[in-house]
Design a protein around this ligand. Structure first.
Ligand code: SAH
Length: 223
């Protein structure tokens, strides 16, 4: 009997965690990066809950996008300096020889520099590769990508891995990226779950609105 009620309680707790995760996730995708920073500063427990939910989601996928970025970096010189925007548990930094600056809202690992990705403590033109792996979450995408442009050297690489269903108009998105100073070099659409896009920095972002720069929020279904 007590075994059965324990199992029932465990199932209820899972349900609640799932519901909270979906709610937090929705807030991250529908607010600005500053709102996200404020949310997690006010409630660090929410962050850990979010990450447990995130881990459970990506475990269902055949491959973690970050592993593709690891493979990409291993093919390139280890001397390249990397900035990982929204690094999560720092899998990337732990998997390559490169110097990796890790940025996130709350430190899941001692490697993390806590900050809003729209304003990272790096000098202009100081990194060779900027990475956003499932991390283009705020509604202020233009500001966030402008920050990546600022810290990247001319000719540097921007890697974006994002959930495929978030792209509503890929051509318009790439056009907007060109306006932000990022020319597309390669598109890997081989996974049905996510796109892997490689850009090179061609120059500073051109000012003005970039209407094509829209990604749908990534909302998870209840399971
Ligand atoms: N890149 C990691 C984690 C992806 S989850 C991986 O692929 O495994 C997205 C991460 O972005 C989360 O850790 C979340 O906390 C972080 N994030 C979301 N908004 C952010 C912001 N405004 N500034 C910094 N990090 C942010």
């Amino acid at each position: 009997r007590s075994g059965r009620s324990a199992a029932l309680r465990a199932r209820m707790e899972e349900r609640l965690l799932g519901a909270r995760f979906r709610y937090l996730n929705q807030q991250l995708y529908t607010g600005s990066s500053r709102d996200a920073a404020e949310l997690f500063r006010a409630d660090p427990a929410a962050f850990h809950l979010y990450h447990r939910g995130f881990e459970r989601q990506v475990r269902r996928w055949p491959e973690r996008p970050v592993q593709r970025i690891v493979r990409y970096l291993r093919r390139r010189p280890a001397s390249l300096v990397v900035a990982d925007f929204g690094c999560g548990d720092c899998t990337l930094a732990a998997s390559v020889k490169n110097q990796v600056h890790c940025f996130d809202l709350v430190p899941l690992s001692p490697r993390v520099t806590v900050c809003d990705m729209a304003k990272v403590p790096l000098a202009a033109e100081s990194v060779d590769v900027a990475v956003f792996c499932l991390a283009l979450m705020g509604t202020n995408l233009q500001e966030i990508l402008g920050e990546a442009n600022r810290v990247l050297k001319l000719g540097g690489t921007l890697m974006v891995a994002e959930v495929a269903s978030r792209f509503e108009d890929t051509r318009a998105f790439l056009k907007a990226m060109a306006q932000l100073g990022f020319r597309i070099v390669s598109k890997d659409l081989s996974s049905s779950y996510f796109y892997l896009l490689e850009f090179t920095k061609t120059g500073p972002a051109r000012p003005g609105p970039a209407p094509g720069l829209r990604l749908r929020p990534c909302l998870y279904k209840r399971r």
